[in-house]
Ligand binder design. Structure first.
Ligand code: SF4
Length: 330
């Protein structure tokens, strides 16, 4: 990945009034015939100006319904790639090309190809299932792509006589083994945000709020999942809290910006983000914010609309990834 725009850290960027930026973005959207798709983990103010908000699965599907010629994808790099793969004829822009994903980066395509070859050399008969948080190059090496929303359903219908190689999230893989009963070969990857939650802090918060309900993303380690009342991807979380009528306090173990769509879906509840690890000074770190998602800012959304870059361009391996993504998600 290389950025064609100079990268300015938010600390160096001049202050710009968010309301002025929102007005400018609305004007540019109309002028450039663009739609904005924003993941639930980006700042709430970006979610507010987006045409579509959602998790990876929802946004991949929404990307195919966009009628404008340009898509601005406020999320991370692999999501912009998926939008381009599913819409080759559209221009796909991302606010910051350097917004990556620690989970996707834990499974590089060359290492996966070498491991698959090793398994074949051993005579193993397997299918490769990838979580959507992978690069397009990795997607092109797989048989199925899943999200936290449809993973169980896809895994349960795979033929019993094949082994399953699941990449890249070992925690989600372990959770899927438990709920589906299928043993899998797990790639040892993890998300830096979900891996950092402290079970001690969660238990302390639960003890202080005995009536609260703990909701967790399946990317969290097993120690967090086993003390959770509800486990589900972002879209399932939203539906779950909206289905409960009685005002309730929820302790939320996922990226902290997820509180914004939860609050919109069910304003009668209280949502408390589960803290990350305790620092040496006794404070809780802010590591439940994804640093890659945080690279998206209103100013960068405005700039990519204005200058028409950075753009995700079509790569030869997108073709194979398109075949797998379309079969798996649409
Ligand atoms: S929260 Fe984790 S999985 Fe999601 S984009 Fe950030 S690093 Fe990747």
């Amino acid at each position: 990945m290389s950025s064609v725009l100079p990268t300015i850290s938010s600390a160096d960027a001049p202050y710009e009034d968010p309301l002025d930026l929102m007005d400018e973005i609305d004007r540019l959207k109309a002028e450039k015939d663009a739609s904005i798709l924003a993941h639930y983990y980006v700042d709430g103010e970006i979610q507010d100006i987006a045409d579509f908000n959602g998790d990876s699965l929802q946004l991949a599907r929404d990307a195919t319904k966009v009628t404008t010629s340009t898509i601005v994808f406020a999320g991370v790099h692999f999501m912009g790639e998926s939008a381009k793969i599913l819409n080759p004829e559209k221009r796909v822009l991302v606010p910051d090309l350097l917004a990556g994903c620690s989970l996707a980066e834990s499974c590089p395509a060359d290492k996966l190809a070498a491991y698959q070859q090793k398994l074949r050399d051993e005579g193993r008969d397997f299918l490769t299932v990838a979580y959507i948080n992978t690069s397009a190059a990795v997607k092109s090496l797989t048989d199925w792509i899943v999200t936290s929303g449809n993973a169980r359903e896809i895994i349960e219908k795979l033929p019993e006589d094949k082994e399953i190689l699941f990449v890249p999230d070992q925690h989600l893989g372990r959770y899927l083994e438990e709920v589906s009963g299928r043993k899998m070969i797990l790639w040892p990857g993890a998300c830096m945000v979900h891996e950092i939650f402290s079970v001690q802090d969660l238990l302390r918060a639960k003890r202080n709020n005995p009536e609260s309900i703990v909701i967790s993303h399946p990317e969290c380690p097993h120690s967090i999942l086993e003390v959770s009342d509800f486990i589900g991807g972002t879209e399932k979380m939203r539906k779950y809290v909206a289905s409960i009528e009685k005002p309730t306090k929820f302790l939320v173990a996922t990226e902290a910006n997820m509180i914004h769509p939860l609050q919109l879906a069910a304003p009668h509840h209280e949502f408390v983000p589960v803290p990350g690890i305790m620092t040496s000074t006794g404070e809780t770190c802010a590591c439940n914010r994804c640093p890659h998602m945080a690279r998206n800012t209103l100013a960068k959304v405005r700039d990519c609309l204005k200058y028409g870059q950075p753009e995700i361009t079509w790569q030869p391996y997108f073709e194979k990834a398109q075949e797998v993504l379309t079969r798996s998600l649409l």
